[in-house]
Design a protein around this ligand. Structure first.
Ligand code: PLP
Length: 369
C-alpha cells in the first residue's frame, strides 16, 4: 500500500499506538481525581503539554480539545465574546479550512465585518502578507490565517503577520490554524496569540487536538461543564489520546530535506508527462497539488486505488465537491475537476513517488480524451 493522503489523515506511529494502548491499560484515571490514579493522569497531561509547547517554542497555555475543528471554533466564537469592545472587523484569507471559514460566515451573519484576503497570484511579486497587515485597523478584533493550506500546501508567513499586526494595533488578536504546518515546517515561522493543532495530521490519533493560548490572552469557552482545563475546556481529558499526541510530536522526524527531495523528484517526473498542470506554489514540500488535464480527479483516484496507491482529489473535507479553494489560487474550473493532491509522510519513499508517477502515466494512456 502506498499512502499519499497524509493531509487528510495519517497512520499513527507505532510508538503512538503503544503509548495510547499503554495509557488505556495502566493510566486510565481521571485527571481530576484526588487519588494516585488521578495524579498520574494529571502528570501525563502536564508532560504532554510541555512536549507540545516545547515543539512550538512557545510560552503560554495549551488546552486539549477534540481536534482542530473544535480549537478553531473555540477561537472564532470565544474571542468575540471575550473582547466585545475591541471592534467588529476580522481579517482572514480567502482560502481557509471550513472549520475557520464556516464559523466566520456565522459571525458575518451576526454583524461582523469579515475581510478575506486573496493569495498572491503565481509568479506575481505581491506581498500578500502585507495586504493582510494593511487590512488591520483600529477596529480590528482579530486576524485568523492558516499556516499551510491543506489543498495546495501554500505557506503564509504567520510570524511576519503577527509582528506587524501587533505594531499596527496591539489589541488585535492573531490566530493561526497551524494544523498542516506543525512538525513539518520549522516553528520559527509561527508566532501567534492562538494556535490550533490536530494530532491525527502528525501520526497521532483522531479525536484529539490542542489550542495554544499566549499569556495574557483570554477567550470564552465553547463548552461549559465540569470546569476542567482552567474552566476553558470542560470535559474529562482523554489521557490516552493526549499521551499519543505528545508521542507523535516526539517521534515526528525532521523531514525538511526529505520532503524537498521527494517533491523535486515528483515535479521532475510529472514534467515528463503530457498535460500536467502543477497547481501548488510557495508550498510546503510535503504537499503537491496538480491537474491531469483530460482525466477527472475521481477517475484517476480510483484507478490509482486499484494499485493500492491512495491520493486525494483536492481536499478530503470537501468529499468530491470542489471547495472553491483552488479557484482562489487561480486554478480554472476545468483543471480543478482534474486536480490530485499528493501529501507525503516520513514513511514516503522514492519508490512510492515512482510508482505514483507510473500509475498516473498509465491512467493518462487509459483515460485521457
Ligand atoms: N484545519 C486544517 C488546515 C485542516 O487541514 C483540518 C483537517 O483537515 C482541520 C483544520 C480540522 O482538523 P480536525 O480533523 O482535527 O478537526
Amino acid at each position: 500500500m502506498i499512502y499519499l493522503d497524509n493531509s487528510s489523515t495519517t497512520r499513527p506511529f507505532d510508538s503512538v499506538i503503544k503509548a495510547v494502548s499503554d495509557n488505556m491499560a495502566d493510566n486510565f484515571g481521571n485527571a481530576s481525581s484526588l487519588h494516585r490514579m488521578g495524579v498520574n493522569a494529571e502528570k501525563t497531561l502536564k508532560e504532554a503539554k510541555k512536549t507540545i509547547l516545547d515543539r512550538l517554542s512557545a510560552e503560554g497555555e495549551l488546552y486539549f480539545t477534540s481536534g482542530a475543528t473544535e480549537s478553531n471554533n473555540t477561537v472564532l466564537f470565544g474571542i468575540p465574546k471575550a473582547y466585545r469592545h475591541n471592534g467588529k472587523r476580522i481579517v482572514t484569507t480567502s482560502f481557509e479550512h471550513p472549520s475557520v471559514a464556516n464559523p466566520l460566515k456565522k459571525l458575518e451573519e451576526a454583524g461582523y465585518e469579515i475581510v478575506r484576503v486573496k493569495p498572491p497570484k503565481r509568479d506575481e511579486a505581491q506581498d500578500y502578507e502585507q495586504r493582510i497587515i494593511d487590512a488591520v485597523d483600529d477596529n480590528t478584533l482579530m486576524v485568523s490565517a492558516m499556516w499551510v493550506n491543506n489543498e495546495t500546501g501554500f505557506i503564509t508567513d504567520i510570524a511576519k503577520i503577527y509582528t506587524a499586526v501587533k505594531r499596527r494595533n496591539p489589541k488585535t488578536i492573531v490566530h493561526a490554524d497551524a494544523v498542516q504546518g506543525f512538525c513539518k515546517l520549522p516553528s520559527k515561522g509561527l508566532k501567534a496569540d492562538l494556535i490550533s493543532l490536530s494530532a491525527h495530521k502528525i501520526h497521532g490519533t483522531k479525536g484529539v487536538g490542542a489550542l495554544y493560548c499566549a499569556k495574557g490572552v483570554r477567550f470564552e469557552p465553547l463548552l461549559y461543564g465540569g470546569g476542567q482545563q482552567k474552566n476553558l475546556r470542560s470535559g474529562t481529558e482523554p489521557i490516552d489520546l493526549i499521551a499519543g499526541f505528545a508521542e507523535a510530536v516526539r517521534s515526528y522526524p525532521d523531514c525538511t530535506g526529505k520532503y524537498g527531495a521527494l517533491n523535486e523528484r515528483l515535479c521532475g517526473k510529472l514534467a515528463e508527462l503530457p498535460d500536467i498542470a502543477v497547481n501548488s506554489y510557495n508550498n510546503a514540500k510535503n504537499i503537491l497539488n496538480f491537474s491531469v488535464r483530460g482525466v477527472r480527479s475521481e477517475i484517476m483516484l480510483h484507478f490509482l486505488e486499484e494499485r493500492e496507491i491512495y491520493v486525494s482529489s483536492g481536499s478530503a473535507c470537501s468529499k468530491g465537491k470542489t471547495s472553491g479553494v483552488l479557484a482562489e489560487f487561480g486554478v480554472p474550473d476545468r483543471d480543478a475537476d482534474c486536480a490530485i493532491r499528493v501529501s507525503m509522510s516520513p514513511f514516503t519513499s522514492e519508490s512510492d513517488i515512482d510508482a505514483l508517477v507510473t500509475g498516473i502515466a498509465d491512467g493518462i494512456v487509459r483515460f485521457r480524451r
